[in-house]
Structure formats: C-alpha cells, structure tokens
Design a protein around this ligand. Structure first.
Ligand SMILES: C[S@@+](CC[C@H](N)C(=O)[O-])C[C@H]1O[C@@H](n2cnc3c(N)ncnc32)[C@H](O)[C@@H]1O
Length: 199
C-alpha cells in the first residue's frame, strides 16, 4: 500500500467516523532542496485561503507573504522575536500561521504557543507540523489536511482553527525550559530587539 493510499484511508476514517470537519490529503511533489520552507502546494493553499486577510507568521522563515516574525536574523524577518512571546497585541492580525521547527514539543510548549496565537489572531490560527494538535484556547477546528511533503520525509499536518472565543492574556510558564521567558512576559518592553535596528 502506498503512502497516498494509507493517508486516503486514514482521511476517510477520520472524516466519516471521527472528525466533524473536512479532512483531506495534500500531495506535494518532492522538493528540490527547499529545506524547511512551505512546500509549493501548501503555500498555494495558504495564499488562497488567506487572500485579502492580514497574516502573521510566528515562525516566518522565508515565507513570501504576510508579516514574518523569526528568531533568526539570517532570514531577515520583518520582526526579530520569539514566537512564544510575540510583541503583538490582542487581535492584531486576521490569521496567525504557526510553522515551528519539526522537533518534539512538550504539552506546555504546544499549549502556550496555541494560546499566544489565539490571542493575536482575529479570525483563524493555522498549524503546520508533524504533530497533530488538539483544539483548545477557544480555537475550533474547521478544516485539516494530512500532507505528504516528499519521499523519505515525515508526513505533516495542516490544520485550520477558527477563533471562537477570546482567551485571557498569555500566562507565565510553570515548568520546563520556557521558564526563562517569564521575565519577558512580565516586561515585554525589555525584549532584546536592538538587533533589528542595527544600532
Ligand atoms: C520550519 S521553518 C518556517 C519556514 C517558513 N514557513 C517558510 O516557508 O520559510 C521554522 C522557522 O522558525 C524559526 N524559529 C525557531 N525557533 C523560533 C522561535 N522560538 N521564535 C521564532 N522563530 C523561531 C527558525 O529560525 C525558522 O526560520
């Protein structure tokens, strides 16, 4: 059985017996050395679905649409910052897209990231990763795809969530490595963004 057939079966199962929203399969061609940027089919889908809306990428990388926040100055983002503590207010953008590095994320890291995105987004949060996330923090799943990105690659998921209710402001981390962010949460103005200005 091919990967495509496996995904199609899984999709059918999810669509008919589990998910209450449409779940599809997005088949991307093998990439030609594009590394971790959005596969072309995923980018096309995102551009169509966000047309006319303001978009924030909290893991901007080299995306060529919307506003890009990234922690790495090498990708020349619009804003240098940390996705877990972005310097944006409540409902600043229509859509917030999350495409974190494809590493393991613990429950608390995932939860605080989704909560932060739900805080900044007016309409929708988009998740692209190897981990399937559950809906929380006032985010209701509205559509999803299982994504084949290429041969010998981990499959991904593309999940859309609609913002249904306002969450309270992001809270402090209680355990894990993200505890170091607490001082910035307490005083966001102290974010070390001097690099952005070059002075
Ligand atoms: C999978 S790539 C995103 C690629 C992007 N979607 C594109 O099409 O180019 C992940 C990006 O997240 C950035 N990143 C890693 N940790 C971050 C953090 N804590 N806050 C913000 N960006 C981070 C990396 O520098 C990298 O550019």
């Amino acid at each position: 059985m091919t990967l495509g057939e496996t995904l199609a079966l899984a999709t059918g199962h999810a669509a008919t017996r589990k998910a209450s929203y449409p779940v599809g399969v997005l088949w991307c061609a093998n990439s030609r050395g594009l590394g971790w940027t959005f596969p072309a089919a995923v980018k096309r889908q995102l551009k169509v679905d966000t047309a006319g809306l303001s978009v924030l990428h909290l893991f901007g990388g080299r995306a060529d649409f919307g506003t890009r926040l990234d922690i790495d100055p090498v990708v020349v983002p619009d804003v240098i910052g940390d996705a877990w503590i972005p310097p944006f207010g409540r409902e600043s953008f229509d859509v917030v897209i999350l495409d974190p590095p494809y590493l393991r994320l613990c429950g608390e890291e995932l939860s605080s990231l989704m909560r932060t995105a739900a805080w900044v987004a007016r309409k929708r949060v988009v998740w692209f990763h190897t981990i399937w996330v559950s809906s929380r923090h006032g985010l209701k799943p509205e559509r999803a795809w299982l994504v084949r990105v290429g041969d010998s690659c981990q499959a991904r998921v593309l999940q859309y969530f609609r913002v249904t209710r306002r969450v309270s402001a992001p809270t402090h981390f209680k355990r894990g490595p993200a505890i170091k962010y607490n001082r910035w949460l307490a005083q966001p103005a102290a974010l070390p963004l001097l690099e952005a200005g070059g002075d």
